[in-house]
Design a protein around this ligand. Structure first.
Ligand code: NAI
Ligand code: ISE
Length: 335
């Protein structure tokens, strides 16, 4: 029997996830959608047939035919939509960020604990990425000793003009805020943001690039360059310097070419392609665990931890100072 899913938000990643839920993965079927752009939602529904289009997300959440929800709307509305799903006890997969403030993230955690059962999985798909998993295996094996320094980069070719300075943190670096502490089994304690010379390819509301420096409880330092108008491609880098060796995130597979007096590899230009397998594995795992009444992937607590770190980083963007990252104690519910 298929898990019947209601999707809130039929934009870029909404369409990607609907396609994989309906055509690629096993055990799921999208039965309802909504978007504030109703025409867009209708167009997506028409592509597949047998999908009810609702005017509001509340109707999707309330539909008795909907077993579980996928939230792919804009970040600032995620928290209220997740809360609505918890209120009726429906499992929910929410794209990152789970909430755009730590206060809202904490409300989700508290609501889930009050409900008494885990319902929320957050779309931190890098934890499902084959490359990051290999890198974690190497770190956990002790082959490079204890991690000391991470050199990372998160580069997008371009972003829309609606993308502004703080989004470098809560839309983009939020992936690293989650996956790097998972990678090194540690918690963040402070953040600093340095603004280098800006590229001429940005605008006055977006400082680009930015350098984020994170410190962990064990003293590991992460230097993360966020450069969202880098022009040349979509490029994710992560190099871990350990006590006895270096481990580096593998590059996506690409044919090495010798042609016209050049030796070359292709660089991808889109997150949709770079992480295509991770999204597939992530959502298949969500379907399978949801059917069993479990949450196997990143939880609401992970969403909360990322939001606390994100708030501190946004403060650091404004203050230029080293800002502490202080999280509440982990509730036993999430052990
Ligand atoms: P998008 O702008 O293409 O799509 C968002 C859609 O949500 C739009 O169609 C918009 O009309 C709709 N929407 C906004 N408010 C709504 C509301 N209150 N109710 C219903 N629909 C509403 O944006 P995109 O790129 O699809 O991103 C959506 C979310 O997914 C964001 O939170 C983003 O950070 C996340 N994302 C995650 C990625 C990942 O790698 N895990 C990759 C891309 C996006
Ligand atoms: C986008 O929303 C994503 O989540 C992508 O993975 C990220 O690389 C990009 O910077 C975000 O805008």
């Amino acid at each position: 029997m298929s898990l019947k899913i209601g999707v809130i938000g039929t934009g870029a990643i909404g369409q990607e996830h609907i396609r994989r839920l309906n055509q690629k993965l096993v055990g799921s079927q999208v039965v309802a959608v909504t978007d504030i752009n109703l025409e867009g939602a209708q167009k997506v529904a028409d592509t597949y047939g047998n999908i009810t289009v609702y005017k509001t997300y509340q109707e999707v959440v309330a539909d008795p035919n909907v077993d579980a929800l996928v939230i792919t709307s804009w970040g600032p509305v995620h928290a209220e939509q997740v809360m609505a799903a918890i209120a009726v006890g429906k499992p929910v997969f929410v794209e990152k960020p789970m909430a755009t403030t730590a206060d809202d993230a904490r409300k989700i955690v508290d609501a889930e604990i009050a409900f008494g059962k885990k319902l929320v999985q957050v779309g931190f798909m890098r934890r499902y990425d084959a490359g990051y998993k290999l890198l974690k295996e190497v770190i956990d094996s002790g082959k490079i000793g204890e991690p000391l320094v991470l050199h990372c980069a998160h580069r997008n070719p371009t972003v829309p003009t609606s993308y502004v300075t703080y989004m470098a943190i809560n839309d983009t670096a939020i992936h690293e805020l989650d996956c790097l502490h998972w990678l090194i089994n540690d918690e963040w304690t402070s953040a600093q943001v340095i603004m280098p010379r800006a590229t001429k390819n940005t605008h006055d509301k977006l400082k680009d690039p930015q350098i984020l420096i994170l410190t962990s409880a064990k003293g590991v330092r992460v230097v993360l360059e966020i450069f969202v108008n880098c022009q040349y491609g979509y490029d994710i880098q992560c190099e871990v310097v350990g006590e006895t060796g270096i481990a580096k995130l593998p590059e996506p597979m690409s044919i090495e070419m010798r042609s016209q007096e050049k030796l070359s590899n292709t660089i991808l230009n889109d997150w949709k392609v770079r992480f295509i397998e991770s999204y597939d594995v992530e959502l298949q795992d969500w379907i399978d665990s949801t059917v069993k009444g479990e949450v196997n992937g990143p939880t609401a607590w992970d969403g909360y931890l990322a939001s606390v770190a994100s708030d501190a980083c946004v403060k650091a963007q404004e203050s230029g100072a080293i800002e502490p990252i202080v999280t509440a104690a982990r509730p036993t519910f999430y052990n």
